[in-house]
Structures are given as structure tokens and as C-alpha cells.
Ligand binder design. Structure first.
Ligand SMILES: [Zn+2]
Length: 230
């Protein structure tokens, strides 16, 4: 629903939303293959400039039936924005929509959800701006794959430890050094399926009449660290 802020599904079912940011990129096809093997529909928050670089991979994501969300055009850190931030964001989101429409050969394609770079969030202008333009904001409940110094087995352990009904996991299919992410996602899916979890898209977690959204204080929501492009 436009203008809403989602980061945890309110459910007792063992479902976890899988989300992938910063793509499309070179690791995306391998992620798609993994999701296909497990019959998982996930959500990909794409960057406009990456879609320009890998339009065929953006098409593969759409053709596989996954949900596509808007992660802005150039991954600007809005924590650094001073004036005109809303206008800048609206422009970036629109640029990404146009790029997606071209890549997918679908002039009517439009995303409905936004994930902000670096987990940027505020109540003053962001949510009203997104609402005005028909977007909901989707954050995450856990993610750690952008920490390149973290060994893969520790990364896997942390994701598994943060599994819970309604969790929203953040991974990255775009950017550098994503082979560790691929290994982690593979292991995390295997381990959690064995524990009875099912993986779904953000749309399935939050969308429709049975939207399992919950709005709460944002004090415990951590953003991505600034400095990297993850
Ligand atoms: Zn990002």
C-alpha cells in the first residue's frame, strides 16, 4: 500500500521474504537458477544504472516471475542530501522506471515498492513523497552479506540465527564479490527449508488484502553502512 513502511511480516507462519539489492549483476543468473531449483519467488530491488548495464539480466528476472522493486538510479546516499532531496528521489525513481520499461520492453511496467540505499528513512518527507508517487517502502529485518570481511560460515550462521516468521532477509545480487552471497544464500535456503521455512516475495508478505504489515518504532532499524555501495 503506497506510503506504508514494511520491514517485518506479522505472521506466525514460517515464511521469510527473500530480497536482493543492487542488481541486476553478474551473480544474478546464478541466484535465479538457485531460486528456480527451490521454486522460490523473490524480490529484486534494482538500480537504474545496473539495469542499463545488464538489461538482458533484468529481463531474465522478470521472465522468471520474480517481483521487481525500485532501489533508485545511482544508489545515492540520501543521508548526505541537503536541499531538494524529495525532488532528487522522485527523479531517480522515475529514471529507474523508464530504464526498466525499456529493458523489459514493457511501456506499462511500474514497480510498487522502493528500498532506499543505505536504509535511509525518515518520516518527514520520505513516506509522504513515496505515497504521492504510489510506492510503499520495504526495509529488511536482517542482512549482513555486504560485510566483506565476514567469513561465509559466520554469515550463514547469522542469517539462520535471525530466521523467524515474517523475517525479511536482505542479500545483494549486484556489486562486487558476490560469490560469498551466493554461497550464503544457498546454505541458508537449504538449512531453513529443513527447519520448515518457506521463502516468499515481499509482495506475498505485505501485499494484498491479507497484508501482514506492521508499523513500529524505527529505533531498532539499522541502515546499511555508508561508504560501500551495498
Ligand atoms: Zn543497495
Amino acid at each position: 500500500m503506497p506510503g506504508r513502511f514494511y520491514h517485518d511480516g506479522k505472521t506466525t507462519e514460517k515464511v521469510i521474504a527473500l530480497t536482493f539489492d543492487d542488481g541486476p549483476g553478474r551473480t544474478t543468473p546464478a541466484i535465479l537458477e538457485l531460486l528456480k531449483q527451490h521454486h522460490i519467488r523473490a524480490t529484486f530491488f534494482m538500480l537504474g544504472d545496473q539495469i542499463e548495464e545488464f538489461p538482458d539480466i533484468a529481463r531474465q528476472v522478470a521472465a522468471a516471475g520474480h517481483e521487481i522493486g525500485n532501489h533508485t538510479y545511482v544508489h545515492f546516499d540520501y543521508h548526505l542530501a541537503k536541499n531538494a532531496a524529495p525532488q532528487r528521489l522522485v527523479h531517480e525513481l522515475a529514471q529507474t522506471e523508464t530504464t526498466l520499461q525499456r529493458a523489459l520492453h514493457d511501456p506499462s511496467f511500474h514497480t510498487q515498492i522502493v528500498r532506499m540505499p543505505y536504509g535511509y528513512y525518515n518520516k518527514t518527507w520520505l513516506l509522504p513523497t513515496l505515497k504521492e508517487h504510489g510506492y510503499a517502502l520495504v526495509h529488511w529485518s536482517f542482512g549482513t552479506d555486504w560485510k566483506l570481511a565476514l567469513p561465509a560460515d559466520e554469515m550463514i550462521r547469522l542469517y539462520i540465527a535471525h530466521a523467524k516468521p515474517g523475517a525479511v532477509f536482505l542479500f545483494h545480487d549486484g556489486g562486487r564479490h558476490r560469490e560469498k552471497t551466493l554461497a550464503a544464500v544457498t546454505a541458508v535456503i537449504d538449512a531453513l527449508e529443513k527447519k520448515g521455512y518457506r521463502f516468499i516475495s515481499a509482495e506475498e508478505m505485505f501485499g494484498g488484502e491479507n497484508a501482514k504489515d506492521v508499523q513500529r518504532s524505527t529505533s531498532d532499524v539499522k541502515g546499511e553502512p555508508s561508504g560501500g555501495r551495498f
